[in-house]
Design a protein around this ligand. Structure first.
Ligand code: BGC
Length: 708
């Protein structure tokens, strides 16, 4: 038997054996990924005969057909099927739709996020697929950007930790591989414009954007995706230094790199750095891309380059070897055992989904109105996002991808806030009015006000919609759109307590809500069960524990507003705005009050490379059991380069019974205190570091650690 067919032989050896048998055509075929949706019947037949390496956007039994055909090609190399299972395998109607990445990041719960990855992997694999284009490890630095909802928020450390957790979840059962994307600095494109140039230096890349990708590489993430944009004018697709030298050679990433959608073509058509597709293909492969997503001509161009001896065959071999190794690792050459299809949308996955939905909600303000008391008999539930599952799902579900669908109903048993409120508080106690739409086309505010006047409390569900978010959909204006603000003002005018619930993709300007509503709840895109979680939280059935992973500006022009900016001279404010954000990274209340005491370091003086145990006592002073995320920030007091006055370097989420005190230990690796110097060295500088441990960026205890 040929070695590559022998299961008892190691992955690397099998890949090497197969590689040695392949023709140039077969090798280049492996480097092409084509979208099933954009193929003509004729192309489809042709690519199957060629034994193309990968298909994307295939669902269900279609994959089985393609796989069977591939088995009949000369070497029978199986394709790898990729899908955007971004918050659940949600392009398949009926699969579990988890809250968005931004929503779940507010849970700060690594274990649950890992479980989300694990459930998603089972559903993807059960559907016959092998690879999710997730997680997004971009850092949301400019809120105007249309893809903020896809991120784990604004902090590099959080992105790395939660990204690591979900990658581990995706890959731990070896059903599928993950794809860390979009490499790199996509979230800092100038003006928040999707897929434009990010004017960042390599120093900043190393300090802010690289750590989550390094973490992904270190834990063995199977693939990474090259971002659309450019870094300081050099497109990432053609950026040899960033892809090949830093990611593959320096960090040692040993999975494969796929371009984003049509990146090779874009080098010619949008970025104008290549004369034609042949030059673009050469640049992309030389830079370090191993697979080209959906620029079909890549195949012929690469053959031409090989025929004309214009590309180094070693680069092709390296790319194909990487792809084959992953295929062997996943067991695609063998009888792959996949979970049964009935895991898709199953009860067990729903339970994980519900736990995450609950922990993702952030209670931002509570003037003693929540949980709703027994004398709240009638509740007006109003607002455009009260009963809109599309808005609640957000991006990357079957509604919008791979092609938009207007008239389709979700097959899963979903809960909008309206349904949740009716079930939790009893249908006859709920008065519903939409109030207005998101765009300002519909206005039923008087109906909503009438409902509010008859009620004891008002729940107003506002936010944004899919048309205002996603690729190509950046927003210059982050105010509540349409008549939403007017709706809230009129409701507040009734003198009834108004509880604002945000169902939205990203931070909006909500100063008025903070000033005038009795309570403010941020739920972002809560997935299938988001509405139930909001309702149960209002009823006091659980203690909210989410905290913001992203800051909220007062004004659209106040972006960027992330908490860990470099220090400056002149105050950093604007003459026509009050200082500071409306809400900051880390904000989030619960029904308990958590009190911190006794912050201690295992050592007050240490050398770089040592691990310090940081301990603190946290007391749950409320009468409800609850979870608290303990945050640890550091400040390099005097440093050779600017450093933020607070940088998160650790967090732990702990459960504390009412009245109990828990001693919480956070590990501080002093190597993580390093800054990146102008000559690109990672240095832990001697001197004092403030170690701040507490609830958020404003409430904490401080101890000093001296590095010497
Ligand atoms: C997006 C990627 C996605 C790919 C495949 C692109 O437009 O930028 O995030 O994975 O499409 O659907």
């Amino acid at each position: 038997m040929e070695k590559y067919k022998d299961k008892s032989v190691g992955t690397d050896e099998r890949a090497e054996d197969l590689l040695s048998r392949m023709t140039v055509e077969e090798k280049i075929g492996q480097m092409l990924q084509v979208s099933y949706n954009t193929l003509s019947e004729e192309d489809y037949e042709r690519y199957q005969e060629l034994g193309i390496g990968s298909f994307l956007h295939v669902l269900g039994s279609e994959a089985d057909d393609i796989r069977a055909k591939a088995a009949n090609t000369r070497l029978g190399i199986p394709p790898i099927f990729g899908i955007d299972a971004i918050h659940g395998h949600a392009l398949l109607n009926g699969a579990t739709v988890f809250p968005s990445q931004l929503a779940v990041s507010c849970s700060f719960n690594r274990e649950l996020i890992r479980e989300m990855g694990r459930c998603t992997a089972r559903e993807v694999a059960a559907d016959g697929l092998d690879w999710t284009f997730s997680p997004v490890l971009c850092i949301a630095r400019d809120l105007r950007w249309g893809r903020v909802d896809e991120t784990f928020g604004e902090d590099s450390y959080v992105v790395g930790e939660l990204g690591g957790a979900i990658i581990d979840g995706y890959e731990c059962d070896n059903y599928i591989i993950a794809c860390a994307k979009h490499y790199i600095a996509y979230g800092e494109a100038a003006g928040g414009r999707d897929a434009y140039d990010s004017p960042v230096t390599e120093r900043k890349i190393r300090e802010v954007f690289l750590p989550p990708f390094k973490k992904a590489a270190d834990i063995g993430c199977g693939s990474m995706m090259t971002a659309y944009g450019s870094i300081d004018t050099l497109p990432l697709t053609a950026n040899r230094h960033i892809l090949r030298e830093i990611l593959k050679e320096e960090i040692g990433f040993d999975g494969f790199i796929v371009t984003d959608w049509e990146n090779v073509r874009s080098l010619v058509t949008n970025q104008h750095v290549a004369e034609d597709l042949t030059e673009a293909s050469k640049k992309a492969v030389e830079a370090g891309n191993d697979m080209s997503m959906n620029t079909h001509e890549f195949y012929e161009c690469m053959l031409r380059l090989v025929g004309d001896s214009k590309i180094d065959m070693d680069l092709i071999d390296d790319a194909v070897r990487r792809i084959l190794k992953i295929k062997f690792r996943l067991g695609l050459f063998d009888e792959k055992i996949r979970p049964n299809r009935d895991v898709i949308g199953c009860r067990g996955h729903k339970n994980v989904n519900y736990e995450l939905a609950k922990e993702s909600i952030v209670l931002l303000k509570n003037d003693n109105v929540l949980p709703l008391k027994g004398d709240t008999k009638t509740i007006a539930v109003v607002g455009p996002n009260t009963d809109d599952i599309r808005a609640q799902y957000g991006d990357w579900t079957f509604f919008s991808h791979p092609t938009p669908k207007e008239n389709v109903a979700p097959l899963s048993d979903f809960y909008t806030v309206l349904r949740g409120m009716r079930e939790v508080f009893g249908g006859k106690n709920i008065l519903y009015s939409k109030g207005c739409d998101i765009y300002g086309r519909e206005n039923y505010i008087s109906d909503a006000v009438k409902a509010a006047e008859k009620a004891d409390a008002v729940v107003c569900v506002i936010g944004d919609c899919l048309a205002q978010n996603g690729e190509y959909r950046d927003r210059a204006d982050l105010e509540l759109s349409g008549h939403q603000l007017e709706l809230v003002k009129r409701l507040v005018g009734t003198q009834k307590p108004v509880i604002a619930v945000l169902v939205n993709c990203k931070p909006l300007c909500i100063s008025y809500l903070k000033e005038s509503c009795a309570a403010v709840i941020e739920s972002f895109n809560g997935g299938d069960l988001g509405g139930m979680a909001v309702a149960e939280m209002m009823a006091g059935k659980f203690n909210p524990s989410g905290k913001l992973s992203i800051s909220f500006p007062r004004h659209s022009a106040q972006t960027p507003c992330y908490y860990n900016q470099y220090t400056g001279w002149h105050g950093g404010g604007y003459v026509d705005l009050p200082k500071g954000n409306v809400y900051d990274f880390g904000d989030g209340l619960s029904y308990s009050k958590f009190e911190y005491s006794d912050l201690k370091l295992s050592k007050a003086k240490a050398a770089a490379g040592e691990i310090i145990n940081v301990t603190v006592n946290v007391k749950n002073n409320g009468d409800m059991d609850g979870k608290e995320t303990v945050m640890m920030f550091v400040n390099d007091v005097v440093s050779s380069h600017l450093t933020p006055t607070k940088q998160l370097k650790g967090f732990e989420k702990v459960f504390i019974k009412a009245g109990d005190t828990k001693k919480v230990t956070l590990k501080l690796d002093t190597n993580d205190l390093a800054l990146v110097t102008s000559d690109l060295k990672y240095v832990v500088e001697n001197g004092d570091f403030e170690i701040m441990v507490g609830r958020n960026t404003k409430e904490y205890l401080t101890a000093i650690l001296t590095i010497e």
